[in-house]
Every structure is written in structure tokens, then in C-alpha cells.
Design a protein around this ligand. Structure first.
Ligand SMILES: Cc1cc2nc3c(=O)[nH]c(=O)nc-3n(C[C@H](O)[C@H](O)[C@H](O)COP(=O)(O)OP(=O)(O)OC[C@H]3O[C@@H](n4cnc5c(N)ncnc54)[C@H](O)[C@@H]3O)c2cc1C
Length: 401
């Protein structure tokens, strides 16, 4: 097979890139190693920045988002038993976040891809990228009993943190920046109507907790736990006891309790591989960077990376100029590092460290008090939470709808 852009991975990064390229007349082949149901059903992110929502609308994949997405103008920060609302829309000139599950985003993007009739292979086996230093890199894989080789101009490595693209870059090329945290998140989905219309981030003596939702009938909750915690140790009763202990506020607010339909533990990590490019292989999304989920940035960074890549590829095919491709990594990394900083800050502000002293505790309460009482501090959180401006926007990129 021959294509212009070979895309490894059908997560948000790969699918969004494929659609942006399609709209601009650039051919692509998407190769995914899991089956379609697995990719859609994976429970992950749910908070979309204003810029991600705007991008999905601009490329015509926002019908479900506009019908079922939940716009949030504010967010709560809770400590010492009291909830404090930060009015993000008022502080940012009308910007907001939208809660719409990543699985819905991925389902809508797969439908859009299939409607274009451009190739998308699920259940590809033994995926490998090769000749990335040349002008004709390749993707090889097996599909059923057939071996395939896709000859490309460029490969987009959108295959997530555990994919094959980043490890195919020769040793010594990438600088790796990494931090692990001494805690993880136990997350649940529960059949319970959300008891707040907006997210509640809680700092409690027993550790962090987060109230979120996926729909008007489904509540999503998280608890700080040790990083290697086994989910087997958490019966549903134990989970609800701990959730209610940490989250119940002095005004009586608490999450509604319901049947737990999904639960799991996720470790927390900050990770950046730089540069996000080697030869004709471009890394995007989790393949290049991971953030702890506290700042809700992972999916949004995947979207902003591929917007820059689509812009660069459009210039490459229209004028033959590689100037934008050469700047891809540098442009993305500026935004990635700001999101890394924000995610690290939110994480360290709201989680209890194993070796925390009474001094650390008092300092943290002062931090939270300042955050929720200073307009400047609230504005800083709000503008980062709804998403910092991107150097490349859909309009400035001149991309087609
Ligand atoms: C439990 C959890 C909770 C999260 N919560 C949030 C949140 O609240 N907010 C937020 O913004 N982000 C959150 N994230 C992060 C967010 O889900 C990711 O940042 C996002 O999925 C990145 O998209 P991506 O397309 O880069 O990677 P992925 O979604 O990982 O997609 C990569 C794709 O590549 C495929 N693949 C892997 N290896 C190969 C291979 N060898 N060949 C072919 N295909 C391959 C994978 O199957 C996958 O479909 C969360 C992540 C997890 C795990």
C-alpha cells in the first residue's frame, strides 16, 4: 500500500489527525492493534478544554458532543469541609470546559472515519515502523492472514504511552523527562445521578478525592490510593465509605451513591520525550508525553499536538516546505510543558504525601485558602483549566472544514 501519512493508533490523536488530513485532501492509513469495541469502551478522560470543543465543532464531529456534552462554567475546590466555587467563565471571558467521555469522542471519530471510506485497520498484529530516517518510511503489520506494508511520506506515532513508535527511535536521540508520584487514583463509574453540576476537587486529611460525572445518570469518582494498590482490596462498601468520608462537606453536600459499574487503579506519572520527532516519524499525544490526570490535560494535549501536525503537513503538501514540520516539536513542547507544570501543580496541591509533616499540612491549607480567595489566583487556575491559548489554531492554520 502507498499513502501520504501513515498513522499508528486509533485513539483521540490518531483519529483526529486522520480527520483533519481528510478534510484537507491528504491521504492516510490508520493502523490500530486493538479491536473496535475495546478502543471505544476503554474508560478514560472526560474533560474537554474549550479549544478541543472548538476544534471538534470546526471539523464537523461535534453532533454528539453538542447533544450530550455537559458544559461547566465553574469548578469547586473543597478543603476543611467547605466547597469554594471558581467561576471559570467569568474569569476567562466566557470560556468553559465540557464533560464528554473519551469513549464518546472516540466513537464519534471512528464513525466519521468510516464515513470517509479511508482505510482504518483494527486488530493489526505485529505492528512495526521502519526506515524512519528515509523519505519513504514504512508501517508493517499483519491483518488476519495477510502481511501488509504501507509506504508513507510521513508516519504519525499516535500509539499512546506503550506503543511501538517511540521505542523505534534510536537510543540516545530522545531526552526523557520523568516523574512518578507516590500515589495512584482509584476510579469508579457509578449508576448515580451527579449530585453537583460541576466537578469538586477535594483535599482531605485522608487524601485527595474528585467528584466528576459522565452523563446525567452516571457519576465518576476518584480516590487517592497507594500507587501499587490492588483493586481486589476495595469492596464496593469500602469504596463508598471512603468516598463519603473524604467528600461530604459541612453543608451536607455529598455524592449520590449507586451501583458501581466499573472500577480500577491508575498510577500517576509525568513524562516528556523530546524532541517529538525523528526523521519522518512524528510523535503525538501520549506517545510523546503523559500527565497526571488531576489537570485533565492528556486528551486535550493530544488534540493540540495533531492540530499543529496537520497544519505542518498541509504546508508540506501545498508548498513542499518542511519549515512547519521542522518546527512541530518546538511548538508542541511549549504548550506541553505548560500543561505539565499545571498538572504537576494541581497534583501536588491536592494530594497528601506519605511523609507529610504538620508544617506541610498548614502550608497546603494556606495555599488552598489563597487559591480560593484571591481573584488573581483563581484566574490563573481558570485560564489553565479551560486551556491556555494555542500558537496554532484551526483558523490561523488555514485548515479546511
Ligand atoms: C485511567 C485514565 C484516566 C484518564 N483521565 C483523563 C482525564 O480525566 N482527562 C484527560 O484529559 N486525560 C485523561 N487521561 C489521559 C487520556 O486518556 C490520554 O491522554 C489520551 O487517551 C491520549 O490520546 P492518544 O490518542 O495520544 O493515546 P491513546 O488514547 O492511548 O491511543 C493510542 C492508541 O494506539 C493504540 N496502540 C497502542 N500500541 C499500538 C501498536 N503497537 N500498534 C497499533 N496501535 C497501537 C492503542 O490501542 C490506542 O488505541 C486518562 C488516562 C487514563 C489511562
Amino acid at each position: 500500500m502507498r499513502t501520504q501519512v501513515g498513522i499508528v493508533g486509533a485513539g483521540p490523536a490518531g483519529l483526529l489527525l486522520g480527520h483533519l488530513l481528510h478534510l484537507n485532501g491528504i491521504d492516510s492509513v490508520i493502523v490500530e492493534n486493538r479491536d473496535r469495541e475495546y478502543v471505544v469502551d476503554r474508560v478514560r478522560a472526560g474533560v474537554l478544554e474549550q479549544g478541543t470543543v472548538d476544534l471538534m465543532r470546526a471539523i464537523g464531529v461535534a453532533a454528539g458532543l453538542d447533544r450530550r456534552g455537559l458544559r461547566h462554567d465553574g469548578v469547586y475546590v473543597s478543603f476543611d469541609g467547605r466547597r469554594h466555587r471558581i467561576d471559570m467563565a467569568e474569569l476567562t471571558g466566557g470560556k468553559a470546559i465540557t464533560v464528554y467521555g473519551q469513549n464518546e469522542v472516540v466513537r464519534d471519530l471512528i464513525d466519521a472515519r468510516i464515513a470517509t471510506t479511508r482505510p482504518l485497520y483494527f486488530e493489526a498484529q505485529d505492528v512495526e515502523v521502519g526506515a524512519i530516517d528515509s523519505a519513504a518510511p514504512t508501517i508493517r503489520f499483519r491483518h488476519g492472514d495477510t502481511a501488509h506494508e504501507v509506504r508513507c511520506d510521513v508516519i504519525a506515532g499516535c500509539d499512546g504511552f506503550h506503543g511501538v513508535c517511540r521505542p523505534s527511535i534510536p537510543a540516545g536521540v530522545l531526552a526523557i523527562y520523568e516523574r512518578t508520584y507516590p500515589f495512584g487514583w482509584l476510579g469508579i463509574l457509578a449508576e448515580a445521578a451527579p449530585s453537583s453540576e460541576e466537578l469538586v476537587y477535594t483535599y482531605h486529611d485522608r487524601g485527595f478525592a474528585l467528584f466528576s460525572m459522565r452523563s446525567p445518570a452516571i457519576t465518576r469518582l476518584y480516590l487517592q490510593v497507594p500507587p501499587d494498590e490492588s483493586i481486589e482490596r476495595w469492596s464496593d462498601d469500602r469504596i463508598w465509605n471512603e468516598m463519603l468520608t473524604r467528600m461530604t462537606a459541612s453543608d451536607g453536600w455529598r455524592p449520590n451513591v449507586g451501583r458501581i459499574v466499573q472500577k480500577g487503579v491508575t498510577p500517576m506519572r509525568s513524562f516528556v520525550a523530546a524532541p517529538m520527532r525523528h526523521g519522518r516519524l512524528f510523535l503525538a499525544g501520549d506517545a510523546a508525553h503523559i500527565v497526571p490526570p488531576t489537570g485533565a490535560k492528556g486528551l486535550n494535549l493530544a488534540a493540540s499536538d495533531v492540530l499543529v501536525l496537520a497544519r505542518a503537513l498541509k504546508a508540506f503538501y501545498e508548498s513542499g516546505s518542511a519549515e512547519w514540520l521542522d518546527r512541530y516539536s518546538e511548538i508542541c513542547l511549549r504548550r506541553v510543558w505548560k500543561a505539565q507544570r499545571f498538572s504537576w501543580w494541581m497534583t501536588t496541591l491536592l494530594h497528601k504525601l506519605p511523609d507529610e509533616t504538620p508544617f506541610d499540612h498548614q502550608r497546603r491549607i494556606a495555599d488552598l485558602d489563597y487559591l480560593t480567595s484571591s481573584r488573581a489566583a483563581m484566574t490563573s487556575l481558570a485560564e489553565q483549566y479551560v486551556g491556555l491559548p494555542s500558537e496554532v489554531t484551526f483558523e490561523s492554520a488555514g485548515l479546511l472544514h
